[in-house]
Design a protein around this ligand. Structure first.
Ligand code: KIV
Ligand code: ZN
Length: 387
């Protein structure tokens, strides 16, 4: 039996922190329901102390979600923890996620606290959160720029205080895959009570490495990944849920774990988040981009028509697309051209007819990016081909 890789979705919290992506309570509830349908393990619904609206949104999510754990974020501050606890009270399964920065730059300039004060505060707030729920997660913000010895001390103390998940964030997207994996492995090896917690990774995408870093963490012992739909999130975003889930699933030869995610719900989730936030998905985005399963070049189209696996490592249907898409354009070959016409109910009587129509198609394709079905209909009508 493989280990479970826990998917902690933070679209509604870190994703919402993306400038211009704020969501109403009802929008959060709609997205949370889709995340539950996708079998996300933990839904981080928001940061209740941030505003009365976010408190209400987290509460509303906690009221309707039954299968996933509902999580609320709190700084390591008493009022944050109490507010988070209040918001998630209606949840069937509730988690409080509390965090404090541990890097010298954050402790000195932002918190203006000594490392000893930070450690003491972390322990006190984990204990406070445990009075409300058994499911407490502790994060060391900016772990990437924190000293390993200090991280070991604070994580050991947080676990002793009752944290059941230890999250290691690359808050500023600074790490690179081999270093991030090594950091996770070192922490798990050096923290004496490491086996009493689930180790988690939370990566930002400032250098475009959030997914690669997260996967490296998984290969080195992390069993929870924090991610967002479409990679939505602060600045360049968070690790993308769909890329994490599909990499682990497609490369089961490499990964010692798998998620519970129903991948057929990935594309509907992507569309919903994009529609609600107004953040479009780039066409060449892996898994959920409009071109992720589209083929235009003749060689690729011919290969896919003969055997799909020649150019596809996943099935479009498995992630929620209705089918792969043959795009007719100037790189397309005769085989794909003939196949599309056949699908439109158009059959050629002679080779000469195909040759002439294909020549006209190529002339047209030089003038247009994509040839649509209406273009083909017009072309065969002009050629006098019977339908
Ligand atoms: O990026 C970060 O460090 C965070 C924490 C609150 C986990 O979002
Ligand atoms: Zn973050």
């Amino acid at each position: 039996m493989k280990d479970q890789l826990i998917i902690f979705d933070t679209t509604l919290r870190d994703g919402e922190q993306s400038p211009g992506a704020s969501m109403t309570r009802d929008e959060k509830v709609r997205i949370a329901k889709q995340l539950e349908r996708m079998r996300v393990d933990i839904i981080e619904a928001g940061f209740p102390v941030a505003s009365p609206g976010d408190f209400e949104a987290v509460k509303a999510v906690a009221e309707v979600i039954r299968e996933s754990t509902v999580c609320a974020l709190a700084r390591a501050v008493e009022k944050d923890i109490d507010r988070a606890a209040e918001a998630i009270k209606p949840a069937r399964r509730a988690r409080i996620h509390t965090f404090i920065a541990t890097s010298p730059i954050h402790m000195q300039h932002k918190l203006r606290m000594t490392p000893e004060q930070v450690l003491e505060r972390a322990v006190a707030m984990v204990k406070r959160a445990r009075q409300y729920t058994d499911d407490v997660e502790f994060s060391a913000e900016d772990a990437v720029r924190s000293e390993v010895d200090f991280l070991c001390r604070i994580f050991e103390a947080a676990i002793t205080a009752g944290a059941r998940t230890i999250n290691v964030p690359d808050t500023v997207g600074y790490s690179i895959p081999h270093a991030w994996g090594e950091r996770i492995r070192t922490l798990i090896e050096r923290v004496p009570n490491a086996d009493r917690a689930i180790w988690s990774t939370h990566c930002h995408n400032d250098l475009g490495l959030a997914v690669a870093n997260s996967l490296s963490a998984v290969l080195n012992g992390a069993r929870q990944v924090e991610c967002t739909v479409n990679g939505l999130g602060e600045r360049a975003g968070n690790a993308s849920l769909e890329e994490i889930v599909m990499t682990v699933r497609t490369r089961q030869d490499v990964f010692p774990c798998d998620t519970r995610i129903d991948a057929t719900q990935i594309v509907p989730a992507s569309r919903l988040v994009s529609g609600i936030t107004g953040f479009p998905v780039q066409p060449n985005k892996a898994i959920v981009g409009a071109n992720a399963f589209a083929h235009e070049s003749g060689i690729h189209q011919d290969g896919v028509i003969k055997k799909r696996e020649t150019y596809e490592i996943m099935r479009a249907e498995d992630v929620g697309w209705t089918a792969n898409r043959m795009v007719l354009g100037k790189h397309s070959g005769r085989n794909a051209f003939r196949q599309r016409l056949k699908e439109l109910g158009i059959e050629f009587r002679t080779e000469a007819e195909i040759n002439s129509a294909f020549e006209r198609f190529k002339e047209l394709a030089d003038k247009k990016h994509e040839i649509f079905d209406e273009d083909l209909q017009a072309l065969v009508t002009e050629e006098g081909i019977e339908q």
